[in-house]
Design a protein around this ligand. Structure first.
Ligand SMILES: [Zn+2]
Length: 65
């Protein structure tokens, strides 16, 4: 296939709104799935949360999966 995405004049490099790196074609406008999740969590939770950063509550109830 030789179908090209329609682009405006000039090479427009989209940048990840999270970290500022050039966006990935697959994850546009983000650079990675991780930044996509970070942005999603921002919208959903209204707080800046980085996926993977587990917060353990003091008390120690181990009932999570
Ligand atoms: Zn990024």
């Amino acid at each position: 296939m030789s179908a090209r995405p329609m682009r405006p004049r000039g090479p427009t490099v989209e940048r990840c709104p999270i970290c500022g790196k050039p966006a990935s074609a697959e994850e546009a406008p983000f650079c990675s799935s991780r930044c996509r999740e970070v942005d999603l969590n921002r919208w959903l939770g209204g707080a800046y949360r980085i996926p993977g950063e587990a917060v353990r509550e003091p008390g120690g109830s181990d009932d999570e999966d």
